[in-house]
Design a protein around this ligand. Structure first.
Ligand code: CU
Length: 126
């Protein structure tokens, strides 16, 4: 049963559509290339990985954004021309949202900022 999925950046379209490819289910690494455009993820907004895999999420964006992977609690900032990477071991199963804590350079920290869900990481049991 193949459960592991790797999202790969597709170069087939002129606008860089993100596609999804499937990895062998014993692969130790799961990598996803995720592109944010106009404050949304281009293409599939979910990546499925297997418990125990090392996961690398590479983020490119057309606007500065603070990203937060809930559950694993990883935060990073991606900027145009300066992609960000989230790396973690998928030790806990479940469905974890990645939210944007703010777009642009000038959003204020603290207080009540709005969170927007961009993406989901699904960690499936082995
Ligand atoms: Cu958050």
């Amino acid at each position: 049963m193949v459960l592991a999925v790797i999202a790969l950046l597709g170069f087939g379209g002129a606008n860089g559509i993100v596609g999804v490819a499937y990895a062998a289910d014993r692969a130790e690494m799961a990598k996803a290339e995720i592109a944010i455009k106009d404050r949304k993820v281009v293409g599939s907004n979910v990546v499925r990985v297997l418990e125990g895999q090392s996961v690398e999420l590479h983020w490119t964006t057309d606007e500065t954004v603070d990203l937060h992977l809930h559950g694993y609690d990883i935060e990073t900032k991606a900027k145009p021309g300066a992609p960000a990477t989230m790396t973690f071991k998928a030790h806990a199963t479940g469905r974890y949202p990645v939210t944007a804590h703010g777009f642009g350079d000038s959003h204020s920290h603290g207080g009540s900022h709005s969170e927007q869900t961009l993406f989901y990481v699904e960690v499936h049991p082995k």
